[in-house]
Design a binder for this molecule. Structure first.
Ligand code: TMP
Ligand code: ZN
Length: 418
């Protein structure tokens, strides 16, 4: 049974970047609870709030986006995702800080790095080690506390124009970083206005977002969830950035979260614009980012993929395999809810995040256990890899499970046993 809690929900009618109403529904994932809203045992009998999860495409600026908005306080004030729980992300951040520091900061006198959505401070910690002053901005009070307790100065709030002004009054940022967070922000115009003030004349805004073309090519439908309001390609971002007299001077592909782009932005004419910026835009037109047909094909592919995943799990159950999930990620919860995979199908999910262990998945009520559980498993066990973005690392880490006859089911882009 679904309940939409209207006090926590809003349906918007205009494109988040260009304000157009020329918006087309391209994917409907049904009504789902927020993907990170894990529940406690005592809540299992309470009906959870669920909200429509639908993807729309703007026919004017081509931004792919949600229009069903779940109140951000509801989503982000207490947050269970911890950057430091995923070793590949920690490694990514270490290299990220060193690369950025060497390219832009090592000749500056007092570099100052501000991070929007700084989570538990994993990235800022690296910048601090390299000699930068740092400031995190993080709305989740549990995470801001963790960061502050380990001396990563963090403002416990949402990023806002007001905050940007206050920080810039004492000092402009040399670099503002934002990873996997711009897609969460409803008012992109306020964000850019704040960034513009914060970076002053010389600063740089560097952000990472999952790349829409990868999402479409690799059928990463499960990265669509209520927290992610925008699914970016360069064309609409460029449109937004130019509106604020800023410019993109570089774009780099990154191999995390199923395909990410790192975008470098500054005031106009501060940096030479790299050739790859034009190349990205050309490739996006060739891909059909401006054509509704691209999204219709995507939507059909997702329906077929769902059928295949469900069929495979059914066959494994018939073969009396014991099934569990690996990684209680937000995207995992979307996949489970969309494919109706609940506690009758998966016995439990293992996850390395201490905050998640002992809880249950939203909507599907599967218990989350610590990752040691896998050491008892092997022959006859199949782990549905819900954290498929770490396939390489997890398969490597769980070699002994596989050598005992255990298998992983990789759900996307083509369901496969490994
Ligand atoms: P993410 O894809 O949003 O980073 O979430 C991945 C989830 O998977 C997160 O809850 C941590 C968990 N995880 C494990 O349980 N084991 C692992 O080896 C890795 C890399 C992640
Ligand atoms: Zn638009």
């Amino acid at each position: 049974m679904c309940r939409i809690n209207l006090s926590n929900y809003d349906l918007i009618k205009n494109c988040r970047i260009c304000n157009s109403t020329n918006l087309h529904l391209i994917l409907d994932l049904g009504e789902q609870p927020p993907a990170n809203s894990l529940i406690n045992k005592s809540q299992l009998d309470i009906i959870e709030p669920k909200f429509p999860l639908r993807l729309f495409w703007c026919g004017e600026c081509f931004l792919v986006q949600l229009l069903d908005i779940v109140n951000k306080e509801h989503l982000f004030k207490h947050y269970l995702y911890m950057t430091s729980a995923s070793k590949p992300i920690v490694d990514h951040f270490k290299k990220y800080a060193v690369d950025i520091f060497n390219e832009f900061l090592n000749k500056q006198e007092n570099p100052f790095v501000v991070e929007i959505g700084s989570n538990d401070g994993s990235l800022l910690k690296e910048f601090k080690k390299l000699g930068s002053s740092i400031l995190g901005i993080e709305p989740a009070s549990n995470l801001a506390k963790l960061a502050n307790d380990s001396d990563i100065t963090t403002l416990n709030d949402f990023f806002s124009l007001n905050n940007a002004k206050k920080i810039a009054e004492s000092k402009n940022a040399s670099i503002v970083v934002a990873n996997n967070v711009i897609g969460h922000i409803e008012n992109l115009h306020e964000l850019m206005e704040g960034i513009k003030i914060l970076i002053g004349a010389q600063g740089i805004f560097i952000f990472e977002v999952p790349y829409l073309l990868d999402l479409i090519k690799k059928l990463e439908f499960d990265t669509v969830y209520h927290e992610h309001l925008s699914y970016f390609s360069i064309l609409p971002i460029n449109n937004l950035i130019e509106h604020f007299d800023l410019e993109i001077f570089d774009i780099q592909k990154q191999n995390v979260h199923g395909g990410t782009i790192r975008i470098f932005v500054s005031k106009k004419n501060n940096f030479k614009i790299k050739d790859n910026v034009k190349k990205f835009i050309k490739l996006e037109y060739e891909f059909g980012i401006n054509n509704i047909k691209t999204y219709e094909n995507f939507s059909n592919d997702i329906k077929n993929l769902k059928n295949k995943i469900v069929e495979l799990l059914k066959n494994l159950k018939n073969e009396k395999k014991s099934l569990f999930g690996y990684g209680a990620s937000a995207k995992g919860n979307v996949l489970l809810n969309y494919c109706n995979i609940d506690y009758n199908i998966l016995d439990y999910i293992i996850d390395t995040t201490p905050l998640k262990q002992g809880k249950f998945t939203p909507g599907t009520h599967i218990p989350i256990l610590s990752s040691e559980k896998i050491s008892e498993k092997g022959n006859n066990d199949v782990g549905l890899l819900l954290a498929w973005n770490y396939e390489f690392e997890i398969l490597e880490k769980e070699k002994s499970f596989r050598s005992r006859g255990g298998l992983f089911l990789i759900p996307i882009p083509v369901p496969m046993l490994k």
